[in-house]
Design a protein around this ligand. Structure first.
Ligand code: SF4
Length: 613
């Protein structure tokens, strides 16, 4: 009977491959030998989650413990949601097909703020009380990690434990701890409190928050000797960190179907808007020889035709040339393409083009981020217009006819001339193309500019900044469109509505839990998709919760104000962030870490200098 209904449900939805499981290289275990079950949940579709490297690494790492079985679960799309409701079924994992409520630990990765309502959705249809306070002895413990865990407060009502920083070691420590807690027969409360003593674990219910009459935080106090601050975890050597030899091979097309190797963690650059550039510090590199071995294993085991060398800035790898040479000894013969998704335009060279396009020429994407030199200095992008033009010249001379350029609008100190500067820079690139005698014959150029709305994020020098209002974003978007003079330039920009909600959630405190719950109860799921997002629903949810969203998004914060994330220690000194913001306002740049340490605090945190020089 059960199988018959499942069959009916699968026949009623688009892309049933999202829900079937049984892919090559999935891990199954004998339940009689398993002591702890972990459901790793990605709060978005199968296609997005299966493209994410973190889930692949942690799936492999946790399953390396014989008594632990880590399984995968993704958010069911609207059509499957309907089917689950129709047949009163629960959300299950792909490996065993068991509902989430049967697991010991249910873990979410927090990659973007607009996935928060999907966490409530997955808990709810997985048979787990959405509110942490309503979970009892038989319920799973709900954990969450990933970049958005650096300000976990808006999710404090829903998540029992947060994992701060790199997950490779702490996840396994938590699993081992949970096995011993089960064996000792500890209560839920005792188990949670014990877990809070593992470095890198944050138990929000142990911290009390008091507010000032103006709504800012007055005090945040730990109870019962809970750690203060709570420190993030750090993998000391990326080269020795565990990495899978094979990935689960998806049965349907996913966003990125390729062998992905993380070649760097952290970044030397210090772009002032970039949260990842700060929270993943210090800069760590995987050796060229290790990257080569991992890539070869992944391609041999998974049959991939593309290797992606990922990081925040892959061309900053200290052994980039050697790494590409090693890979090219076998990739060209096996018709495997190399892709380097995060290239900086200032160290983009003919040699790099030759090495990465030997098999297939893919599109080129660069991120100048701002249209004028002054504003690029404000954000510490540290690239000049000459470098942008020179990078495009190199690309066009090598046969490229299209470039995609990423920008942001609403950056601190931005003026109208900076917006017009985006269009002018794009025009200079078009003009450059037609001035080159070596341009590809008979082909026209295409310059695509994609402009995001700037969102101030915790643990960056711009964490103090007020986001532009929606009216201002819309005015600037119109100004940009009216400044573009060539049909060779296309412009796309992000919705200011979604960026506003993202900004509220990014720097919010635990009072926002009421609004998230209200939005979910009103039907909010898949907020990062056009199909799911409703701005009006969010505004209604804020109103119902008695929350002014502009308080979180559009208000400049003093350095002395207590932020909701100030009790979490990511190794970055708040005084450094404030000083960097001061330098930004004066359009002063800061040198990359490998040239000069600017004293962000992470070297003291790890107890050694980040670089040998
Ligand atoms: S301590 Fe210095 S070198 Fe290390 S990440 Fe911070 S600024 Fe860069």
């Amino acid at each position: 009977m059960a199988d018959y209904i499942r069959e009916k449900m699968l026949r009623a939805v688009q892309k049933p491959g999202r829900y079937i499981g049984g892919e090559p290289d999935i891990i199954k275990k004998d339940l009689s030998k398993v002591k702890l079950r972990f459901a790793f949940c990605f709060p978005d579709t199968y296609e997005i989650g299966m493209s994410h490297l973190g889930i692949k690494i942690l799936y492999h790492t946790m399953n390396s413990i014989p008594e632990v079985w880590c399984e995968r679960c993704f958010a069911p799309w609207f059509d499957m949601k309907q089917q689950l409701e129709l047949y009163s079924r629960r959300l299950t994992t792909l490996e065993s097909g068991d509902p989430l409520c049967k697991f010991d630990l249910v873990g979410f990765t927090l990659q973007y703020e607009l996935s928060y309502t999907n966490i409530l959705y997955m808990l709810d249809i997985g048979g787990i009380p959405v509110l942490s306070a309503e979970r009892g002895e038989g319920d799973p413990i709900v954990v969450a990690g990933g970049p958005c865990a650096c300000n976990p407060e808006p999710l404090a009502d829903f998540i029992d434990l947060f994992i701060l920083g790199d997950g490779e070691e702490v996840n396994n420590e938590l699993c081992r701890y949970m096995i011993s807690a089960k064996e000792k027969g500890l209560s839920r409360e005792e188990t949670l409190r014990g877990a809070a003593s593992i470095p890198g674990i944050y138990l929000p219910s142990l911290y009390n928050v008091e507010y000032n009459p103006d709504g800012t935080i007055k005090r945040l106090q730990p109870a019962d000797g809970a750690p203060m601050p709570v420190k993030k975890r750090n993998v000391s050597s990326l080269d020795e960190a565990p990495f899978p030899e094979s990935f689960v091979v998806p049965l349907i097309e996913v966003v990125h179907d390729r062998a992905t190797v993380e070649v760097l963690r952290g970044c030397i650059r210090g772009c002032r808007f970039c949260q990842a550039g700060f929270i993943y510090r210090p800069f760590r590199a995987r050796k060229a020889s290790t990257v080569n071995r991992i890539a070869s294993d992944l391609c041999a085991n998974g049959g991939f035709s593309e290797i992606s060398l990922t990081s925040l800035s892959t061309s900053d790898h200290p052994e980039l040339g050697e790494m590409l040479d090693d890979l090219l000894t076998w990739t060209a013969d096996r018709k495997v393409n190399l892709s380097l998704p995060s290239l900086r335009i200032d160290n983009f060279s003919q040699e790099l083009i030759d090495k990465t396009t030997r098999v297939k020429k893919s599109g080129l994407t660069f991120a100048p981020e701002a249209g004028t030199q002054r504003l690029r200095d404000v954000i510490n992008k540290n690239i000049t217009e000459e470098e942008i033009i020179s990078g495009c010249r190199t690309a066009f001379s090598s046969g490229y006819t299209a470039v995609k350029l990423y920008f942001m609008m609403g950056l601190p100190t931005e003026r109208d001339e900076d917006i017009v500067g985006i269009a002018e820079l794009a025009q200079k690139i078009v003009d450059l193309y037609y001035s080159l005698p070596e341009k590809p014959k008979g082909k026209s150029v295409s310059v695509n500019i994609s402009v995001a709305c700037f969102i101030p994020k915790p643990f960056t020098p711009f964490q103090f900044v007020a986001q532009d209002t929606e009216e201002e974003f819309r005015r600037k978007q119109k100004l940009l469109i009216s400044s573009v003079r060539s049909r060779k330039i296309s412009v796309s920009y992000h919705s200011s509505d979604t960026s506003y909600i993202e900004a509220v959630l990014a720097r919010g405190d635990r009072r926002l839990g009421r609004a998230i719950l209200s939005a979910y109860r009103d039907g909010a799921v898949f907020d990062s998709w056009d199909e799911g997002f409703s701005y009006e629903r969010w505004l209604k949810a804020f109103e119902a919760a008695g929350i002014d969203p502009a308080f979180y998004a559009c208000r400049e914060r003093e350095e002395t104000e207590i932020n909701p994330w100030d009790h979490l220690d990511y190794g970055i000194d708040k005084r450094f962030l404030a000083a960097e913001y001061g330098r930004a306002k004066a359009a002063l740049t800061t040198e990359p870490c490998n040239k000069k340490c600017s004293g962000c605090g992470i070297a003291a945190y790890i107890g050694r200098p980040c670089f040998d020089n």
